[in-house]
Design a protein around this ligand. Structure first.
Ligand code: FES
Length: 333
């Protein structure tokens, strides 16, 4: 079956779609993050405008007129086509913007972690990549930064917020969220993300709530055509800190290319350094060709730089190591 080149504007991203696939499925399979929820033409998150080319509505088989509005999940290409979709941005082009978000759900999922679901009134106005983070902006305080734990392909934004009474800023955010009022977000931030499907096997390393960033990446990759292996190492201090262990185990059972390696410290009250060493040792012990893998790491600067140095010594090209730490806590050379 013929495959047609589809171009998104203004991002300039292109992908191939055959005449049987809807355009949403073809774009997502190519690793392009298009917001979507219902996948049957109702939520309007995947709305685009036809600029040029033959595209048909899969519901009634009518051809869509140029400048016509369409839902990607209900459209198929009959030839090369160009579409305008503001919600899809090219790599590095999605500058942070402020949004008001409504709280859909907030649940305590461990002794100190809350899982929060937020919704924007116009989700399709927001474009972000899997692995990016946001800030919650409360009046009179500094912004608080959290990884987005959900895939850019879904309607809601999920956060994992670790909050204890002595962690004042995070506790303040949880109090604001629990009040039920809308909160101000600035989205997106971060360069350590997937703007497209990687070309190498992927190794994800998370400490504590760094798991949130990896969840966004896994949720996203599972809906694409990515076929390389994905390994997740999740390090925590104590068993009960691994707040979504069941979910990570479920990924391993359901997704054959995925491996989950939990790394749990002992119950002694050691400092984090010891446990970070333990996580780094577990990663180094993995049977991996370090010359041919992409690593994404989320945790404290101490953990991230220890890991990076160890992996580069083991043969990892430094350009294949990604972490937000490199951006917000650069090392003095
Ligand atoms: S209209 Fe809901 S995903 Fe397309």
């Amino acid at each position: 079956m013929a495959r047609h080149r589809i171009t998104f504007r203004p991002s300039g991203l292109t992908f191939l779609a055959d005449g049987r696939q809807d355009l949403l499925a073809a774009a997502v399979a190519a690793g392009i993050a298009v917001p979507a929820a219902c996948r049957n033409g109702v939520c309007e998150l995947c709305e685009a405008t036809l600029v040029a080319g033959p595209v048909r509505n899969t519901r009634n088989q009518w051809m869509i007129a140029e400048t016509g509005r369409l839902m990607l999940c209900r459209s198929q290409a009959a030839g090369p086509a160009e579409l305008k979709i503001e919600a899809v941005m090219a790599v590095g082009k999605n500058a942070p913007r402020k949004f008001q978000a409504n709280v859909v759900d907030v649940q305590s999922i461990s002794h100190d972690v809350y899982q929060v679901q937020l919704q924007l009134p116009y989700r399709r106005e927001l474009s972000f990549h899997a692995g990016q983070y946001l800030s919650v902006v409360l009046p009179g305080t500094d912004p608080c930064y959290f990884s987005i734990a959900s895939s850019p392909l879904v309607a809601t934004l999920e956060l994992h917020i670790q909050a204890t009474p002595d962690w004042v800023s995070a506790q303040r955010v949880i109090d604001a969220i629990k009040s039920g009022n809308a909160v101000t977000l600035e989205v997106p931030h971060g360069q350590a993300c997937l703007a497209a499907v990687p070309e190498k096997p992927l190794l994800l390393v998370a400490a504590g709530t760094g798991f949130a960033q990896m969840k966004s990446i896994v949720d996203y990759l599972r809906t694409t055509s990515f076929s390389e292996s994905v390994r997740l190492f999740w390090g925590v201090r104590r068993q009960h800190d691994m707040y979504l262990r069941g979910l990570a185990q479920q990924w391993q059972e359901q997704w054959s290319q995925f491996t989950f390696v939990p790394v749990v410290g002992d119950d002694e009250d050691n400092d984090w350094g010891g446990h970070h060493d333990q996580l780094v040792r577990a990663v180094l012990a993995a049977d991996v060709d370090w010359r041919h893998v992409q690593v994404m790491a989320s945790g404290s600067p101490a953990m991230v730089y220890t890991l990076m140095d160890a992996l580069v010594d083991a043969g990892l090209p430094v350009g294949d190591f990604y972490s937000d730490v490199l951006e917000y806590a650069p090392r003095a050379d």
